[in-house]
Design a protein around this ligand. Structure first.
Ligand SMILES: C[S@@+](CC[C@H](N)C(=O)[O-])C[C@H]1O[C@@H](n2cnc3c(N)ncnc32)[C@H](O)[C@@H]1O
Length: 287
């Protein structure tokens, strides 16, 4: 494995926890999504914004020993997590991990596939459509642009509490300053693919379902290290602006705090439903 680090940097432990628990939680969905791409043996794949490297083993196995996966992330501490993950998966022979801006690697017709997971959205790019257009130019004829999303904002975490759920989502969107509508909205992925001139644009879903929660060892860590801290913090910072009352803000704390007698995960019938999605498009094949 080639690892090109720009510098050493420590990673905020909360961000590391989010990346690794989210990685484990969506792993089964990513396996299905990568399989759906039908990547060619020997293919060249770019993994933009690899994070903790969750897609690397799946992409690397799909292209086989003669293929190459170039996994890139802006954050050097994150690429160290990705390198460790690739190492444990035993795929280092065909993987290069690099620190840097992945958009600078979008050279014309360079890749059989460009994969992203939770990267192409307004939280990272002012103009996601322009990035997708550059990705479209960087895939070879018969290649694929693949936008995978864990789809956090469409997940159901508080069954039976629709008002709280809706307002918490709004609080989170306000906290991260996400546009509430318009061409940069995070649900415009298909419009970005179509606007880039890609053909055969498709949307698939690989739901992750948590019930009973402890039947799947990845769910409780994901909820407790990633989801509940994010929602509690969003409620504290932007809940009032989103429309949560003081009583509801107090309820959020009780429901989303492990160990509290009202902790939502321990209530009978609790489940989560997380509809991960894969949006794909292909460049037109030259006649
Ligand atoms: C939400 S995380 C997702 C990480 C990983 N793909 C996953 O699914 O867990 C987004 C990642 O994209 C990286 N990122 C954002 N913009 C980038 C860019 N222009 N080039 C490379 N990485 C980028 C961030 O550093 C971060 O690690």
């Amino acid at each position: 494995m080639t690892i090109i680090f720009r510098m050493t940097e420590t990673l905020d432990p909360r961000f590391a926890d989010y990346l690794t628990t989210n990685r484990d939680f969506v792993d089964a969905a990513i396996a299905e999504a990568v399989a759906a791409l039908d990547l060619p043996t020997g293919g060249q794949v770019l993994d933009m914004g690899t994070g903790a490297g969750g897609a690397i083993p799946h992409l690397a196995r799909a292209v086989g020993r003669t293929g190459r996966v170039l996994a890139v992330d802006l954050n050097p501490a994150v690429t160290a997590l990705a390198a460790d993950h690739a190492d444990r998966a035993g795929v280092t022979d065909r993987v290069t991990i690099r620190t840097g801006d992945a958009t600078e690697l979008l050279t014309e017709a360079a890749y059989d596939a460009i994969w992203t997971s939770d990267v192409i959205w307004p939280g990272n790019f002012d103009d996601p459509a322009a990035v997708v257009a550059a990705m479209a130019r960087a895939v070879k004829p018969r290649g694929v642009v693949a936008l995978f999303y864990s789809n956090y904002y469409q997940a159901s975490f508080l069954p039976g509490q629709s008002r709280l759920e809706r307002l918490l989502r709004t609080a989170s969107e306000l906290r991260w300053q996400l546009p509430a509508d318009g061409p940069q909205h995070y649900e415009r992925h298909l419009a970005w693919l179509l606007g880039a001139g890609l053909h055969d644009v498709r949307l698939r879903s690989y739901p992750r379902i948590g019930f009973p929660v402890d039947a799947d060892p990845t769910i409780r860590p994901y909820l407790e290290s990633a989801v509940w801290p994010e929602l509690r913090e969003s409620a504290a910072r932007c809940g009032e602006q989103a429309g949560l009352t003081a009583a509801e803000l107090s309820e959020v704390k009780q429901l989303l705090t492990p160990g509290n007698p009202r902790y939502v995960v321990d209530q009978p019938g609790f489940f989560i439903m997380h509809p991960t999605i894969l949006a794909t498009g292909h460049p037109p094949v030259p006649s």
